[in-house]
Write a protein that binds this ligand. Structure first.
Ligand code: ZN
Length: 401
């Protein structure tokens, strides 16, 4: 159970937790198979039905919902002129998904706007919700996902927005293991992928002595084995994976003449990623020389690390700490729309724990009390961010007018 809320929040509007859980359930039924796993691949019938449900649900008295050209669904109060604080997440899923990845942040944002609207809170005029299109990138023809958020960064509408806050399930085991209720998210790791190719000399595995081998396989496996040390030396919070190793020829009685390794590394900063890349390259060439082989390392893709906005992050952290003592910052090891949006708007995120760390699976689960606490913290963060950033923005708007 989360720690009880502090009495200083008696004046703070409270979300409707029954409505939150009921709406999460409702959305979980759209695109669900017999085993409860969800198939809302961006653009499929279930995904479009979910978007229509979101659109209709937000068309309550005084609220206005609309689609943009990309398929993102927005909602806000009628007859407001901004600037707006954007909150939300994605409503598409991977195949056989859980019911919380993306959906939780969308439903929570809808709950926050409706609560502000019903309380006629001053922030109600300055919040917009979004259900992003194709975050996951499994739709045919998708260019790696984050489609809706990427489109917004190039859309003139981004100029009407002053910040973005995304609530999400952690999708990993860190919070649960540390006994945390809430985590403000400092940023999202950058991801670089590499292909290593090694050329040696194929030879008889029995008659060729160790000292006369040019064993490409040995180079590949030594580098793969060293990856953990290389990552941890650069930044203990970084992580790496050698996911493919292929030998040619591939036979027990042949010394591999060629080898290929595909690997990826994730780290919090570009500096850490650079340091890992340098060490990896140095180690590869050292080992290749020792094994009398020729090696090459190619960076095949790079997603930059996102470090969230200090001011917005600070306010998210502040409201999380006010709600619970079991709160500590976390970096996200999974990608999110927030990483793209952070290139355009001051951005931050917050996480609630994932039971057992499961995600992209129908075992995805978060306790109701954490789902409720996270949504309340999102509402607190919206109000806190509005109080802090809006007065200056509005006075600028008045001056400009
Ligand atoms: Zn997600």
């Amino acid at each position: 159970m989360p720690a009880s809320t502090h009495s200083t929040h008696s004046l703070q509007p409270q979300i409707d937790s029954d409505r939150l859980l009921k709406d999460l359930n409702r959305l979980a039924q759209i695109g669900a198979g017999a085993d409860g796993a969800i198939h809302r691949i961006a653009g499929n019938d279930a995904d479009m039905a979910a978007r229509d449900w979101i659109d209709k649900t937000m068309r309550v008295t005084g609220l206005h919902a609309y689609y943009d050209d990309t398929g993102n669904v927005f909602s806000r109060r009628l007859n407001t002129s901004g600037p707006w604080l954007l909150i939300g997440s994605h409503s598409d899923t991977v195949p056989a998904a859980g019911h919380l990845d993306g959906a939780y942040g969308v439903i929570a944002a809808m709950e926050v706007l409706r609560t502000l609207h019903e309380h006629d809170h001053p922030m109600a005029d300055h919040v917009e919700t979004v259900a992003w299109f194709d975050e996951e990138g499994v739709m045919e023809g998708s260019r790696g996902g984050l489609t809706g958020s990427t489109a917004l960064t190039r859309d003139p509408h981004a100029e009407d927005l002053f910040a973005y806050i995304e609530l999400h399930v952690e999708q990993g085991p860190r919070m649960e293991r540390a006994g945390l209720d809430l985590s403000p998210v400092t940023g999202i790791v950058g991801v670089r992928r590499y292909t290593i190719t090694v050329t040696g000399q194929a030879n008889h595995a029995g008659t060729t002595p160790f000292e006369l081998r040019q064993d490409a396989g040995r180079v590949a496996t030594r580098v793969a084995a060293e990856l953990k040390g290389i990552c941890q030396d650069a930044d203990p919070a970084s992580i790496g994976n050698a996911g493919v190793i292929a030998f040619d020829p591939a036979a027990a009685n042949v010394v591999p003449g060629a080898a290929r390794v595909e690997l990826e590394v994730r780290a919090r900063t570009e500096e850490a990623l650079d340091a890992i890349e340098r060490s990896l390259t140095d180690f590869l060439f050292l080992v290749a020389r020792e094994e009398e082989c020729v090696a090459d390392l190619e960076r095949t893709s790079a997603k930059p690390a996102a470090v969230f906005d200090e001011q917005v992050y600070g306010m998210v952290e502040e409201v999380c700490r006010r709600r619970t003592d079991r709160c500590a910052p976390l970096v996200s090891y999974a990608g999110h729309d927030a990483s793209v949006i952070s290139t355009r708007l001051p951005t931050a995120m917050l996480f609630v724990p994932s039971t057992g760390g499961f995600s992209h699976s129908n075992r995805e689960h978060t306790a109701d009390e954490h789902l409720i606490l996270g949504t309340q913290a999102l509402l607190d963060a919206v109000i806190r961010t509005g109080e802090s950033m809006l007065p200056q923005l509005l006075s600028k708007t008045l001056v400009a007018a």
